[in-house]
Design a protein around this ligand. Structure first.
Ligand SMILES: NC(=O)c1ccc[n+]([C@@H]2O[C@H](COP(=O)([O-])OP(=O)(O)OC[C@H]3O[C@@H](n4cnc5c(N)ncnc54)[C@H](OP(=O)(O)O)[C@@H]3O)[C@@H](O)[C@H]2O)c1
Length: 321
């Protein structure tokens, strides 16, 4: 196994932290990219932090020097690019493609979002475009397309978890019928590790489906069952995406831009093709949805303050409903 480091762009993020830990357990050399190495080192002093800001080509070239693989785990949600997300993410991807070629990397692994045929939200369009640009370059690029990742620290998981735990009775907008295949963070890490070492020499995009297809209402019910109740849902077909997002922001701790992108993403089903990348990892057994939820819940600290009280009350009402 080569000793050249694997560079993780977005190492301080939710997926990045899990991947870095898994690579370190394998004894691999990891260079952890962040825009703010001092802040990151205060939180995780044992890691090899390097400044890597995709907006700053010099830092990108420096971070990739002498490396073998880049894992691209950066998105621009909530970074003030709601009006030019596609152009902004495309420009970053072109920069990364050029820098990877210049550094002579063996592989780029990019974790994006689902890209089924049909209308896509601006966020998912930007994710798909990023993959297309990276795959057009000379560096072998494997793009993995996942929908919601279940795990403590994932913002999309956080939104679903907060809704499910705080609303024993809820209005159910039309988008709750959209179906998707949520996937546990442990499975995502398995797939990323596979993609880093995958012997394929060309570039390709693969779906990364979770083990079950569920609509958003089923997802909320299954999560709420871990709190011991089943939410009652009243259909309201006319709730607009804007109102839905404001409502999400009110109930959850998600930021508005993220909540809006999540709701906008649910314009229809967000389904992956089976078996997707799992065909290249035949030994891997996907973690069942409820087990992934259980693992996410045991990692979170107990809810405190007002939200702790809200969740306690929701549990009492829900169990009585
Ligand atoms: N979470 C999910 O449910 C989910 C689902 C499907 C796909 N994905 C994909 O998985 C990847 C990782 O998602 P995540 O949930 O781990 O995101 P996250 O927790 O928000 O982390 C993203 C990281 O990107 C870094 N970053 C942001 N702007 C940057 C820039 N200009 N230059 C360099 N780094 C920058 C940030 O690090 P610093 O602030 O330290 O610089 C941050 O830690 C993304 O590509 C996302 O599309 C996530």
């Amino acid at each position: 196994m080569s000793q050249s480091p694997i560079v993780i762009a977005g190492a301080s993020g939710f997926v990045g932290q899990h991947l870095v830990q898994a690579l370190r357990e394998q004894g691999r050399g990891v260079r952890c990219g962040t825009r703010d190495p001092d802040r990151a080192a205060r939180r995780e002093p044992d890691q090899d932090w390097v400044r890597l800001d995709l907006e700053d080509p010099g830092s990108l070239n420096g971070a990739l020097r002498g490396a073998e693989v880049l894992v691209y785990l950066v998105h621009s949600l909530g970074a003030g690019h709601s009006d030019d997300l596609l152009e902004h993410e495309a420009a970053l991807a072109e920069r990364v493609r050029g820098a990877a070629a210049q550094a002579g990397l063996r592989r780029i692994v990019y974790l994006g979002g689902p890209a089924p045929d049909g209308p896509l939200s601006p966020h998912l369009q930007a994710r798909r475009k990023t993959g297309e640009i990276l795959r057009r370059g000379p560096t072998s690029t494997l793009e993995l397309r996942a929908s919601m990742i279940i795990g403590y620290g994932s913002e999309s998981w956080r939104i679903c978890r907060d809704l499910a735990f705080r609303l024993p009775i809820m209005v159910a907008p039309k988008w709750l019928k959209s179906r998707t295949q949520p996937i546990g963070i442990d499975d995502v890490v398995t797939a990323l590790l596979g993609a880093i070492d995958d012997p394929m020499t060309q570039s390709a995009a693969f779906d990364l489906p979770g083990p079950e297809t569920l609509d958003a209402a089923q997802i909320l019910r299954r999560i709420a069952s871990h709190a011991g109740f089943r939410p009652v849902m009243f259909p309201v077909p006319l709730l607009t995406p804007r109102l839905s997002s404001l409502w999400l922001q009110f109930v959850t701790e998600a930021d508005y831009a993220l909540a809006r992108q999540l709701v906008d993403g649910f314009v229809g089903d967000l389904l992956c093709e089976e078996p997707g990348y799992w065909a290249r990892l035949p030994q891997a057994e996907r973690v069942p949805f409820d087990e992934a939820v259980r693992r996410a819940l045991v990692q979170e600290p107990p809810a405190q303050g007002v939200m702790g009280m809200v969740e306690g009350l929701a549990r009492r009402i829900g169990r009585g409903a």
